[in-house]
Write a protein that binds this ligand. Structure first.
Ligand SMILES: C[S@@+](CC[C@H](N)C(=O)[O-])C[C@H]1O[C@@H](n2cnc3c(N)ncnc32)[C@H](O)[C@@H]1O
Length: 236
């Protein structure tokens, strides 16, 4: 089957900037990162591998490589292209094959094979529906070491900016387009699930003008360091 090398990365330069920054905050020799949702390997995967490689570490990439079931263009792409071969192509081309450890399976199944406390950073970017993001946060939070960072993609703002009822009415949609907002639209499932699991402990990078950090624009990454007793209890 064909490679899907024509598809542009699904994350922005701003997201890459924040991901590299977060990974560097928890970096140590032999560091370990888990990425839930790697897709074609030309987006977040490369940003995370860059930092892991710098510190002699590894990125465990978890994906079905069949696309998200609520994203029609993923399913269309997966029907005609080999997504896993495309992923390996991009990672290999960037020179990171030996630092990349794929797990070809559902996120919640992979979590059962992984020891608690195994990772310095976990990045969640798999199925964006409300139930799936909540389940991923619950399953992967225990996989972090003390002081590790849990983060994810596609949280465009606070619940109050959209309205809880509006978000609830759209939770099964991957993405809702809107005009006149700081992004082209929003991911209702991610926004609600992050609010309900991580709550105020979540840093929403969409609210930070990256000019403060010497970059430009805004990112839809969210992040937290969940190992306070209160927060661990909340996501369990
Ligand atoms: C938004 S894409 C990830 C984008 C990627 N992080 C990037 O920067 O290009 C979501 C990915 O999650 C995967 N996925 C969806 N549901 C999943 C599940 N239950 N378990 C594992 N992977 C899943 C899809 O196959 C898809 O590749």
């Amino acid at each position: 089957m064909k490679l899907a090398t024509h598809v542009a990365p699904r994350i922005t330069d701003q997201d890459r900037f924040v991901l590299r920054k977060l990974a560097r905050e928890v970096a140590r020799p032999g560091m370990r990162i888990a990425e839930v949702g790697s897709f074609l390997g030309n987006g977040s995967t490369l940003a995370l591998l860059e930092v892991a490689a710098e510190f002699g570490g590894e990125v465990v990439c978890i994906d079905t490589w069949r696309g998200s079931t609520n994203v029609q263009w993923h399913l269309d792409l997966a029907r005609d292209h080999d997504l896993f071969a495309t992923f390996r192509h991009h990672v290999g081309e960037a020179g990171f094959s030996s630092q990349c450890k794929p797990m070809v399976m559902e996120s919640l199944v992979a979590a059962q094979f992984v020891a608690d406390g195994a990772f310095d950073l976990v990045f969640i970017d798999g199925d964006h529906s409300y139930e799936a993001v909540k389940a991923d946060v619950a399953a992967w939070t225990p996989k972090l070491r003390d002081g590790g960072i849990l983060c994810g993609h596609d949280c465009e703002g606070e619940v109050g900016e959209f309205g809880r009822e509006t978000l609830r009415a759209n939770v099964d949609q991957d993405f809702v387009q809107i005009e006149g907002f700081r992004f082209a639209g929003y991911h209702p499932g991610c926004i609600l699930a992050v609010d309900e699991t991580v709550g105020e402990a979540a840093r929403l990078w969409s609210l930070t003008d990256l000019a403060e950090l010497g970059f430009t624009g805004r990112s839809t990454i969210w992040s937290t360091t969940p190992h306070t007793a209160e927060q661990a209890a909340r996501v369990a």
